[in-house]
Design a protein around this ligand. Sequence first.
Ligand code: FES
Length: 115
Amino acid sequence: MADDDAALEIPQLYKYHAFGCMTQRPPSHPRGSCGALGAQPLWERLAKTLETQRLAEVGFTAAGCFGFCSAGPLLVVYPEGIWYRPTTAADIDEIVEQHFKQGKRVDRLVMVLQR
Ligand code: FES
């Protein structure tokens, strides 16, 4: 095996990997931010729920700005690449129960991109 191939041998740790935007701008900032829209307590709930329910196959990573700041808080879930916009603790619980445990997208929380 060549050295370049070694990087490809990393085992897949997660069935799902969620990225939550943690960017915080002042409330008066013209771009807005997920942080100003209440992201932090939501991601804390998600991380705690994954831990307490021992959902080790679901990873959560705090991320920077995804570029759709006024639409936040934004949570992107792979491998599907689904963009969720949860706003309440109940929304987080629904994503955990329906998406991560049952493998079903939570349609009502999907952020729809318009072209
Ligand atoms: S601040 Fe979250 S997408 Fe930009």
